[in-house]
Each structure stands twice: as C-alpha cells, then as structure tokens.
Design a protein around this ligand. Sequence first.
Ligand code: UD1
Ligand code: UDP
Length: 386
Amino acid sequence: MTLPKIMSIIGTRPEAIKMAPLIRALRETGGVQEVLCLTAQHREMLDQVLSLFNLTAHYDLDIMKERQSLTYITTRALEGLEEIIRQEQPQLILVQGDTTTTLAGSLAAFYHKIPLGHVEAGLRTGDKYAPFPEEINRRLNSVLADLHFAPTVVARDNLLREGVAEGKVFVTGNTVIDALKTTVRPDYSFPDPLLQNVDFQACRVLLVEAHRRENLGSPLEEICRALLDILQAFTDTLLIFPVHKNPAVRSTVYKYLQGHPRALLLEPLDPLSFHNLMARSYLILTDSGGIQEEAPSLGKPVLVLRELTERPEALKAGTALLAGTGRKSIVQKASALLQDTDAYNAMARAANPYGDGRASERIRDIILHFFGLRSTLPEPFAPHED
Ligand code: UD1
Ligand code: UDP
C-alpha cells in the first residue's frame, strides 16, 4: 500500500515556527509520507527557524528578493509550486496562517485538485485592509480549504458564520504554543553578549517588535516617537527591539532609535532566544500576530500596536490591550502600566487562550482520521477558564 503523501508549503518565519511541531509530529508518525516545500519568501529569518528546529526541506524555491511586491511573491511561488506538485502528487497539502506564500500554496492545491488543510484557520478582523493583505489571504484560504484547523472557538465560529460546513472545522489550539513549550527555560543563557549583559532585575525591559505592511511609514514613525517618549519618562526602562529584516522597517527604526543609550537594536533573534527574552521582559509592545499569542502563556502584558486585531481572545482574557499606532495612545497606555503596579499585575497573569501545547498532535490525528488511518477524532482544544 502506498502511504498518503502530505506536502507542507511554508515561506516565512511565523509559518516555520508554527508548522515545525506539526511537521515533526508527521515525520515521527508511521503511515504517512511528509514532504516539506519552502517558497523562501523569507530567507535568513526562515533559515534561522528551520535550523533551530532541525528541519530540512525537500524543495526550496528561494524566491526572496529585496522589497518584493505581493504580485512578485504570488506569481513566483505559484509558478514554482506547479512543477513540484506535479512531480510529487501529494494527497494533502498543508498551509499555515495568512501570508502570501499561504495563499499561493492554497491556490496551487486548488489548481491541482488536491485537498487542502489550513492550519490557523478562521482569524478575522472584518476589515479588508487590516491587516493587509493577510485578512483577505485568510478569507480566500477558507474558501479553498477542505480541512480547517481553527485555533480557538472564536475562529471556528467565524468560519461557521461564513458557511463552512461544521464537520470540516476542528478546534485544535494554536501550534505556536506547542513550539513555545519546548523553548522557554529558566536557566537559559543568551548566546548574544549584548543580551547576556542585560540585568533583568535592575531594569524593566520593554520588548518591541513591529513590521506589519499597514504600519510601514508614518504609523511606524509614530510608534518610534512613542517609544522615545516612554524611555524619557521612565528612566528604569530598557528598550530591546530585534529589528525585522524588511528594509522599510529598518530604515525607520534605526532613524529614530539608533544611538539612544537605553535602546538595544538587535538583528532578528532565533525563537529560542526570542521566547526566553519574552519570558524575562516586563512589557511587550508589538504588531506581530504570533507574539500576541505567545505572551499570555508567559504571563506578559502586551500592548498591541494596531488599530484592530484578529486575536480578540487575549483582550478578553485581560492580558493584552489595543494601543493603536498613535503616539499619544501608546504613551498613555504604556505609562499607565509602568506607573501603576496594580494595573500591571492585573494584566500580568498567565492565561492560555490560544493553546495547550497539543495542537500539532490534534491536527496530526485529524489528518490520520481523514485518511482512514485512525477511527476517532481527538477532543477539541478547550482553554481553562480562570
Ligand atoms: C511577511 C508576511 C506577514 C508576516 C511577516 C512575518 C505577507 C504579505 N506578509 O511580511 O504576514 O507577518 O512576513 O515576519 O506574506 N527580508 C529579508 N530577509 C528575510 C525576510 C525578509 O531581507 O529573511 C526583507 C526582504 O527585503 C523582503 C522584505 O523583507 O523583500 C519584506 O518581506 P515580505 O515577506 O515581503 O514581507 P514581510 O513584511 O516580511
Ligand atoms: N520571533 C522570533 N524572533 C524575533 C521576533 C519574533 O523568533 O526576533 C518569533 C515570535 O516568537 C513568534 C513569531 O516570530 O513566534 C512571529 O512571527 P512574526 O512576528 O514575524 O510574524 P506574525 O506572527 O506577525 O505573522
């Protein structure tokens, strides 16, 4: 009997972090063949994750170029995937999240009439342009997918409202929490000497990461001005900002923050360093999706540097706040937390609305069930209420 072949298509840092535990679970499971295909929409930031999780790919389209357009990524990925899919003839294609690689992978699966599984399905803001282009990538994926792995009940309900059949939606938790469970250690020592020298007891670390396309330009400038105001008002704070490789992010961040004695601008960190840095930080300010999901599990308050979020669970749990991208609003929200210990402590509670570390196991079992290799479906993910 030929074993069912499952091809995962990934291209960026968050897809690699969130697919690594699932790919590992599939590789360790007898009864299926696993094939990993990279578009390499990201290069260094993707390789950093793959090397940390010891994942080798079977195919690498290596498409990244500086300041690439959405059209460029979509067309190059689609063209490259055609030949690989024709050659491999997988029985299932897996994509994750909402990037342009995700959309190209979903379309490629459709063009070859291959069933599609979408990991992290059902996230919505309801605004076509926020986040851009991810909101529409997600909605298109949901039209194309056959198996929808919704991380939470909120995400599942979004899909059901859009008419996706109930039997095709599975609440699994988010695989990002599976990854996080393997990285954070109390005795971790940072390889970077700059981080080794940080005294996390003597100062309050503000960890920042911002890179979204809709924040490039003036919103990111406003964010940087707000960060300078916060550093000036709170002299016991140290800003640590691992800056995304996107040149449009780097030019703004370096222009405003480089040279400040209490701003540490770093290259993107591998997830092991980054997760352990999150665990030692006082407050996190970010427009990143994945970081919003990880921080509650570590009991770290997050100020979300966006006008809208597709991840309302942490807002509801009280561990994240929408700060927007306006200078005044960010400074006001950060100051409230930095000067009021009760307000800070109320947010600094560990909560796990996004996962329990077993999402990959559930998704693997649902896939095995899809191929008739398992008779029962796993229990859905249900977060513990406080
Ligand atoms: C992409 C995703 C976004 C995700 C983000 C994660 C899309 C449209 N956007 O955005 O959803 O949140 O990844 O980080 O899919 N670059 C490098 N080296 C790298 C990575 C990027 O030099 O390893 C530079 C290149 O000049 C590239 C630019 O960054 O052209 C932008 O990369 P791109 O993947 O187009 O968009 P992101 O903003 O990274
Ligand atoms: N991350 C990382 N190193 C960094 C910054 C972030 O490993 O320097 C991780 C972070 O822990 C999370 C993921 O990258 O798991 C989020 O990816 P990103 O912010 O690039 O994309 P998004 O989640 O916004 O799509």
